[in-house]
Unconditional design. Structure first.
Length: 229
């Protein structure tokens, strides 16, 4: 059931990490970051609503239903929630891509994109429906990108510090996304995630938001130029 604790990975291994994460004390600056979240996300949502409606129509026209992708992701404290995004891959692509992670996943995903899926992914406009997750309290504007439960357990075994991602809520955008590409190794992405978790300053928050906005604008313009050429 969406939003319940750890679908199929409710075991001692995960429970131990969840307890460690929940026992980590909050910081005063987290309150300020939450206020910034409310302000900026509200503004972004007003701008994103008409764009989201347009993307919905385009997805329907080019690849049909379903418009949204729904998938389980691990959130703060190990709580599993249903993440939403515009569908960028062909139907049932996750079934075919399920066993893969990292560079192999990136390579195989290239063959699964819909006609506008790659552009939506590059611009991060496929993430617009995650404002619903933000509204529900599943996510924040900035934080580590959420990962599927099966991969969380695997990575937590391989990378001892991976459990620390459970300390904060996942984000619509994060340091790893603005600094590196999708092909970056999970270990390197984790290093950026841990930097955010350790810092969580207003300055780093705003730098990440601005960098994301610039990336979205740059990739959107690049897509329009490519379409017109």
């Amino acid at each position: 059931m969406p939003g319940s604790s750890i679908y199929g990975i409710e075991d001692t291994f995960i429970r131990g990490y969840r307890q460690l994460a929940l026992e980590t004390p909050a910081r005063r600056r987290d309150v300020l970051l939450r206020l910034l979240d409310l302000l900026l996300s509200g503004l972004f949502l007003l701008c994103a609503l008409p764009l989201g409606a347009l993307i919905t129509l385009i997805v329907l026209a080019t690849s049909g239903r379903p418009v949204l992708y729904r998938g389980p992701r691990v959130g703060r404290g190990g709580r599993v929630f249903t993440m939403l995004k515009f569908r960028t891959l062909r139907s049932d692509a996750e079934t075919r891509l399920g066993p893969y992670l990292g560079e192999e996943l990136v390579r195989r995903t290239e063959k699964e994109f819909t006609s506008i899926g790659k552009w939506l992914k590059a611009t991060q406009l496929d993430e617009i429906p995650q404002f619903i997750n933000w509204r529900r309290g599943d996510m924040r504007l900035v934080g580590p990108r959420p990962i599927r439960p099966v991969f969380f357990e695997e990575l937590a075994r391989d990378l001892p510090a991976y459990w620390q991602r459970l300390i904060v809520r996942p984000g619509l955008t994060g340091l790893a996304q603005v600094r590196r590409g999708y092909e970056t190794s999970m270990a390197e992405k984790l290093a950026h995630d841990l930097e955010w978790i350790a810092d969580r300053s207003v300055r780093l928050y705003l730098r990440t938001v601005v960098a994301t906005g610039w990336r979205v604008l740059r990739q959107s313009l690049r897509g329009l130029v490519s379409a017109g050429s």
